[in-house]
Design a protein around this ligand. Structure first.
Ligand code: ADP
Ligand code: MG
Length: 211
């Protein structure tokens, strides 16, 4: 199985559904160490993405890269918070790096390009209590699994497990980037909202590739 256009569209739709469902939890996490808008930022962003993807439907189906690039561009234009440009740049970079169709190793490298884009824009290091703390282990796990010959569902499941562990591990960290960093020591003891939504995004990839 390859990562093709139907899978790319299914992934984005699944993210939109997951964000809708988990909006309250994401907002609760962001209320503890931020300004309480992470859930609504992503809900609004992915609702706009669904509309933009519907407008893409034409006589000639777009490639999976185009689906993800359009997702990124829409997030950048519709989400005001820090997470909009960060996820927006990530999806644009993933889309730009993605061959059509992509096997597990090619998807791993495209996802890694997305992580590079997040780091280039946000300048966060692992351990700063951000998206990077879920995304970094997810890419590492995806690459390792793909290199060991895992198929797409196996590699994506390994990445989702690693992202969820990374998100849980942000609880103990002190935030050094973003709004939560204003709290200093008081940011400890709460799971990072952005790392949590990153784990959600990787879990939906595992779910849609598993069929
Ligand atoms: P805002 O902080 O502008 O309200 P959101 O609430 O939508 O935006 O997103 C907050 C999340 O963004 C944080 O939980 C964190 O994971 C992520 N974040 C903030 N700054 C950075 C950064 N420089 N690099 C990576 N992720 C970041
Ligand atoms: Mg916020």
């Amino acid at each position: 199985m390859d990562f093709d256009t139907p899978l790319a569209e299914a992934w984005i739709r699944a993210i939109a559904a997951a964000v809708e469902k988990e909006q309250g939890r994401l907002t609760e996490l962001d209320s503890a160490i931020g300004d309480g808008d992470h859930g609504s930022n992503l809900q609004r962003g992915f609702a706009a993405v669904l509309a933009a993807l519907a407008a893409l439907d034409g006589p000639r189906p777009a490639g999976p890269g185009t689906v993800l690039t359009k997702t990124g561009t829409t997030l950048i234009s519709k989400v005001g918070g820090a997470s909009g440009p960060l996820y927006g740049k990530a999806f644009r970079a993933i889309g730009a790096a993605l061959p059509a169709p992509a096997g597990p190793a090619a998807l791993a490298e495209a996802l890694a390009a997305g992580l590079d884009a997040v780091r280039a824009l946000g300048k966060a290091e692992p351990g700063d209590k951000t998206i990077v703390d879920a995304y970094t282990p997810a890419v590492a796990a995806f690459r390792t699994a793909a290199a060991a010959g895992a198929d797409l569902p196996e590699a994506a499941a390994a990445a989702a497990d690693a992202a969820e562990q990374g998100a849980r591990d942000t609880t103990a960290l002190q935030a050094r980037k973003g709004r939560a960093s204003y709290l200093g020591e008081r940011s400890k003891g709460h799971q990072d909202p952005g790392a949590t939504s990153t784990a959600l995004i990787f879990r939906t990839l595992a779910d849609v590739t598993a069929g």
